[in-house]
Design a protein around this ligand. Structure first.
Ligand SMILES: *[C@@H]1O[C@H](CO)[C@@H](O)[C@H](O)[C@H]1NC(C)=O
Ligand SMILES: *[C@@H]1O[C@H](CO)[C@@H](O)[C@H](O)[C@H]1NC(C)=O
Ligand SMILES: *[C@@H]1O[C@H](CO)[C@@H](O)[C@H](O)[C@H]1NC(C)=O
Ligand SMILES: *[C@@H]1O[C@H](CO)[C@@H](O)[C@H](O)[C@H]1NC(C)=O
Ligand SMILES: *[C@@H]1O[C@H](CO)[C@@H](O)[C@H](O)[C@H]1NC(C)=O
Ligand SMILES: *[C@@H]1O[C@H](CO)[C@@H](O)[C@H](O)[C@H]1NC(C)=O
Ligand SMILES: CC(=O)N[C@H]1CO[C@H](CO)[C@@H](O)[C@@H]1O
Length: 770
C-alpha cells in the first residue's frame, strides 16, 4: 500500500515537475544534469578504454556508472571536478561531457485521450497498393528506450507469436519485481541500467510510470478487444506492428532519462540485434545539445551504421518555430497529429444553450444547469491584478465567492500556471467545476480526475461571458464526457507538436513525418493509483489515454517494422524514404491538413505529412543514403575531423572534409525531402537527387509533377525517368529560381508517378534578406 502511494506521488511529482520545468527553462542557463556523472567518449579506441577504466577503478571502485563496448567505446562515471579535469586530458579520451538529463515527450503531463490504428483518410487507394504478402507475420524486433514495461498487460500476450528470432542475443534481466519468466515471444528482451548511487531509481525493467508500457503497446501490442479508458474510446487497442517482437530498454526514471543510460542502451541494443529503435524522449528545445554532446544523436549514429532504423519524437515544445529536437539526418523525426475521435464534455448554460468542450471527467454534477456560474475576474481578490484573476491564478480569486460555483478561467498561452494548478486552486476553494478557455488545447483532451472540467475555445468563452453579463443568476453544468467517433477535420497538427526548421539547420527539413499523437489509448501499468489516472473509488484502468509526440513516434516505429519485414535488406534511409514519400497531406474533409490555428499545415509543421499506415511497404522508388554520407553532412554542418570523431568512432582511412564545405551543400544529401536557404540574389540553386527503383517491375517510366509556390520557378531535369533492368538507379536535378520579390518560406513538392506509385518529396526554400 505504502509503495503504491509513494509511486503515485512520484508520478505526479514527475509530470508536475516537467510542466513547471518547461516554463522555467527559458530563464535558466544550465541544462539539467544527472548528478556529477560525466560521459567519457573514446570513439573506437578499445585498448585505452580498458586501461583508463581500470586506473579509475583503482582509485574509486564506485565511480563507474556504465561502460560502452559494442557500437563505440567509452564509459560514464561519477567524478569530482578535479577527477573530471584530469581524466579529460588522458590519451584516448575523445570527448567528455556532463551527463544530460533528458525528458519523456508526453505533453505537459495531464493531457490525455484516444487511439485508432489508422486515421480514416481516403489515401489515394489507386497508388502504393499493399502487396498480398504483407498480410503475413513480421519477424521484426523493435527496441524501445523508455520507462520500462508492464509485462502482464494483455497487449504483450505472445499467443500466436512466431518464435524468438535466432539472431536475437539480448537478455531478459532480473530486477525488482521482474523475472526472466516475465519475458515471452512478444517481449523478448528487457534491460535496465543500474546506478548504485541512485537508490531512488527502481532497479528493474518494470515500468512504474506507465509511459513505456503505453509506447511499447502502440508500436507492437497485440490486438485487445473491448479496450477503453473507463468506457471512453472503446474498441480494439492494437499496435502498429502486432506481429513484431519488443525489447524494452529502461532508461527513464521518475527524475528523467540520463544520457549515460541512453548511450548504454544503444550500445546493448546494437549488440542484441534489434531492427528498429524507438525513442519517445529528448531534450527540451531550449537545451537542445549539439550533435557532439547529444547521447541520442551519438547512439543513433552507431545504430544506423549497423543498419538499425532509429525513430525519435520531435518534442512537445510547439507551436513555436525551431522547437523541433532529435534532428540529426540519420534519425527519423516524428511530429504529432490529432485523430478523428473527440472526447466531448459539454456545458449547458441556464438559457439551455449547449457549448462543446473537451476533457475527460468523472464529475457527478447533475445534468440540469443548476450550479451558479462565475468568471475568474468577477471573483478577483483585492490584491490581485485583473489579468491574474481572469486567468484564475491561485490566490487571485476569492474562495468565498467561488464556493459551490462553476468557474470560467482564461488560459493565455504564456500562463505560468498549468491548467492543473488552476483546477487544484478552484477545487480547494470549494468550486464545483472549472471551464478553461484555450484555443490550442480544445482538441487535446485533458484528464481532470474526479473534478468536473472542460476546455472550450475563446469564441465560446466570449459567449459564456456575454451570458454571465446578461443574466441576473447565471447557472451552468458540465456534462459527462462522450466519445464523438467521426470528428472532422482530422488529422490536424497538434498544438504541442514541435516545429521546424531545426535551429541552425535550414538545409535539412525536420520534422520528417507526422503520426497520431493525441488522445491515444494504449496499455497501462496495473498499479497506478494516481489521481490523474484513477478516479476515487475505481480500480486502476488497463488502458490509458495520453497525448504527445511520444505517442506519435511508436506509431511510425510499428509502420517502419512492417516495411522492414517486407523488405529485410533495406537500409534505414530507404525505410525512412518509403515513409516520407508515401505520406498523406489531405484530411477527412478531403482538404489540406491544417494546424491548431486552422491554417494549412506546412512541412515545418508535419514534414511530408501524415504517415500512411501501408503506403511505404511498397513505395516504388527510394532515396537511399550511404551512412558515409552522414560524415559528409557533419563536414558541411561545420565540424572538422576532430569534431566528427566525437560522433563517429571510426572514420574511413583518408577521410577528409571538402575544403569548400558549407551548410548549403547539405541540400545535396540524398534526403527524400529538399530544404534550401537562399539570400536576396536571384541566382538559381540546383540540387541533385538519386532514386532507386525497388519495384519488381524493372522496366518502368516515371514522370514528374511539380507543385510550386508563387514567386519560385522549379525545373526538374530530366522530367522523365526510364528505369530498366540495367538502370535501377537514376539521377535528376532540380533548379529553383526565385523571382526578385519572393521572400520567406516557399513550400512545394516534387512527385514522381508511374501507373502504380506516387513518390512525393516536399521542399522548402527560405529566401531571406529580401
Ligand atoms: C509487482 O508486480 C505485480 C505483478 O506481478 C504487481 O501486481 C505489483 O503491483 C508490482 N509491484 C510493484 C511495486 O511494482
Ligand atoms: C467490455 O468492457 C466493459 C468494462 O470495461 C464491460 O462492462 C463489458 O462487459 C465488456 N464487454 C465485452 C463484450 O467483453
Ligand atoms: C460584461 O460587462 C462588463 C461591464 O459590465 C463589460 O466591461 C464587459 O465587456 C462585458 N463582457 C462581455 C463579454 O460582454
Ligand atoms: C567543392 O569542391 C569540390 C572539389 O573538391 C567540387 O567538386 C565542388 O563542385 C565544390 N562545390 C562547391 C559548392 O563549390
Ligand atoms: C548569396 O548566396 C550566394 C550563393 O550561396 C553567394 O555566392 C553570395 O555570396 C551570397 N550573397 C550574399 C550577399 O550573401
Ligand atoms: C525565411 O526567411 C525570412 C526572411 O525572408 C525570415 O524572416 C524567416 O525567419 C526565414 N525562415 C527561416 C525558417 O529561417
Ligand atoms: C469518463 C467518465 O467517467 N465520465 C463521467 C463524467 O461525469 C459523469 C457524471 O456527471 C459520469 O456519468 C461519466 O461517466
Amino acid at each position: 500500500m505504502i509503495m503504491n502511494i509513494s509511486l503515485s506521488f512520484l508520478f505526479f511529482y514527475f509530470v508536475f515537475f516537467l510542466s513547471l520545468h518547461y516554463k522555467e527553462s527559458d530563464a535558466t542557463t544550465a541544462p539539467p544534469q544527472n548528478g556529477n556523472v560525466y560521459i567519457v567518449y573514446m570513439g573506437a579506441n578499445k585498448n585505452s578504454h580498458d586501461m583508463l577504466l581500470s586506473s579509475l577503478l583503482r582509485r574509486n571502485k564506485k565511480a563507474l556508472v556504465h561502460s560502452y563496448k559494442n557500437g563505440f567505446s567509452g564509459f560514464a562515471a561519477r567524478l569530482s571536478d578535479s577527477e573530471a579535469s584530469q581524466l579529460s586530458k588522458q590519451p584516448g579520451v575523445v570527448s567528455m561531457f556532463p551527463d544530460p538529463m533528458l525528458q519523456l515527450h508526453t505533453t505537459r503531463s495531464w493531457d490525455f485521450l484516444q487511439y485508432e490504428t489508422s486515421v480514416l483518410i481516403d489515401s489515394q487507394p489507386r497508388f502504393n497498393a499493399v502487396p498480398v504478402s504483407a498480410s503475413k507475420g513480421s519477424d521484426t524486433i523493435i527496441g524501445i528506450l523508455d520507462t520500462g514495461i508492464w509485462p502482464e498487460s494483455e497487449s504483450f500476450s505472445d499467443e500466436g507469436m512466431d518464435p524468438i528470432p535466432s539472431r536475437w542475443k539480448g537478455k531478459c534481466m532480473v530486477g525488482q519485481n521482474f523475472t526472466t519468466s516475465d519475458c515471452n515471444k512478444k517481449l523478448i528482451g528487457a534491460r535496465y541500467y543500474k546506478d548504485e548511487d541512485s537508490k531512488s531509481r527502481m532497479q528493474s525493467p518494470r515500468d512504474e510510470l506507465g509511459h513505456g508500457t503505453h509506447v511499447a503497446s502502440t508500436a507492437a501490442g497485440v490486438s485487445v478487444a473491448n479496450a477503453s479508458y473507463y468506457g471512453l474510446a472503446n474498441g480494439a487497442a492494437k499496435g502498429g506492428s502486432p506481429t513484431s517482437h519488443i525489447a524494452m530498454y529502461r532508461v527513464c526514471f521518475s527524475d528523467g532519462c540520463p544520457g549515460s543510460a541512453i548511450l548504454a542502451a544503444f550500445d546493448d541494443a546494437i549488440a542484441d540485434g534489434v531492427d528498429m529503435l524507438s525513442l519517445s524522449l529528448g531534450a527540451s528545445s531550449s537545451f537542445a545539445p549539439e550533435f557532439s554532446t547529444d547521447p541520442i544523436a551519438i547512439g543513433a549514429f552507431h545504430a544506423v551504421q549497423k543498419g538499425i532504423t532509429v525513430l525519435c519524437s520531435a518534442g512537445n515544445d510547439g507551436p513555436s518555430a525551431q522547437s523541433v529536437v532529435n534532428v540529426a539526418p540519420w534519425i527519423l523525426t516524428v511530429a504529432a497529429t490529432t485523430i478523428d475521435r473527440d472526447l466531448e464534455s459539454d456545458i449547458v448554460l441556464g438559457n439551455n444553450k449547449v457549448i462543446k468542450g473537451e476533457s475527460i471527467n468523472f464529475s457527478e454534477l447533475e445534468e440540469s444547469p443548476k450550479y451558479p456560474l462565475i468568471s475568474g475576474s468577477a471573483a478577483k481578490t483585492k490584491s490581485a491584478t485583473e489579468v491574474d484573476a481572469r486567468n484564475c491564478y491561485p490566490n487571485s480569486i476569492d474562495a468565498e465567492m467561488i464556493k459551490g460555483k462553476v468557474v470560467l478561467c482564461q488560459h493565455a498561452d504564456n500562463s505560468i500556471y498549468s491548467p492543473r494548478m488552476k483546477l487544484t486552486g478552484v477545487m480547494k476553494s470549494g468550486g464545483v467545476g472549472i471551464i478553461i478557455v484555450n484555443d490550442k488545447t480544445r482538441l487535446v483532451a485533458s484528464n481532470s480526475g474526479s473534478f468536473p472540467m472542460t476546455v472550450i475555445t475563446s469564441k465560446d468563452g466570449a459567449e459564456i461571458l456575454a451570458y454571465i453579463n446578461s443574466s441576473e443568476n447565471s447557472v451552468a453544468t458540465i456534462l459527462a464526457t462522450k466519445t464523438i467517433p467521426t470528428y472532422k477535420p482530422a488529422p490536424t497538427v497538434a498544438y504541442f507538436s514541435a516545429r521546424g526548421p531545426a535551429a541552425g539547420l535550414k538545409n535539412l527539413l525536420k520534422p520528417d513525418i507526422a503520426a497520431p499523437g493525441v488522445n491515444i489509448l494504449a496499455a497501462w501499468i496495473a498499479n497506478d493509483k494516481s489521481k490523474e489516472t484513477t478516479p476515487e473509488g475505481r480500480e486502476p484502468p488497463r488502458f490509458n489515454l495520453l497525448s504527445g509526440t511520444s505517442m506519435a513516434c511508436p506509431h511510425v516505429a510499428g509502420i517502419a517494422a512492417n516495411i522492414k519485414s517486407q523488405n529485410p535488406s533495406w537500409s534505414p534511409a530507404a525505410i525512412r524514404s518509403a515513409i516520407i514519400t508515401s505520406a498523406i497531406q489531405i484530411n477527412n474533409l478531403k482538404e489540406p491538413i491544417t494546424t491548431q490555428t486552422g491554417e494549412n499545415a506546412t512541412p515545418y509543421d508535419y514534414g511530408a505529412g501524415e504517415v500512411s499506415p501501408t503506403g511505404g511497404i511498397q513505395p516504388g522508388l527510394v532515396y537511399d543514403i550511404d551512412p558515409a554520407d552522414y560524415l559528409q553532412f557533419l563536414c558541411y554542418y561545420g565540424y572538422d575531423i576532430s569534431a566528427i570523431k566525437l560522433i563517429a568512432a571510426e572514420l574511413p582511412s583518408g577521410f577528409a572534409c571538402p575544403k569548400n564545405s558549407s551548410k548549403d551543400m547539405i541540400s545535396n544529401m540524398n534526403y527524400p525531402s529538399i530544404a534550401i536557404s537562399m539570400n536576396a540574389t536571384t541566382e538559381p540553386v540546383t540540387v541533385k537527387r538519386t532514386v532507386t527503383n525497388v519495384d519488381t517491375d524493372e522496366a518502368t517510366t516515371y514522370t514528374v509533377t511539380i507543385d510550386k509556390p508563387a514567386g519560385l520557378e522549379v525545373n526538374v531535369s530530366p522530367n522523365e525517368l526510364k528505369f530498366t533492368a540495367n538502370a535501377k538507379k537514376l539521377n535528376y536535378e532540380v533548379t529553383f529560381s526565385p523571382s526578385s520579390s519572393a521572400k520567406g518560406d516557399l513550400f512545394g513538392a516534387i512527385t514522381w508517378t508511374n501507373k502504380k506509385y506516387k513518390v512525393r518529396s516536399p521542399f522548402v526554400v527560405n529566401r531571406s534578406g529580401v
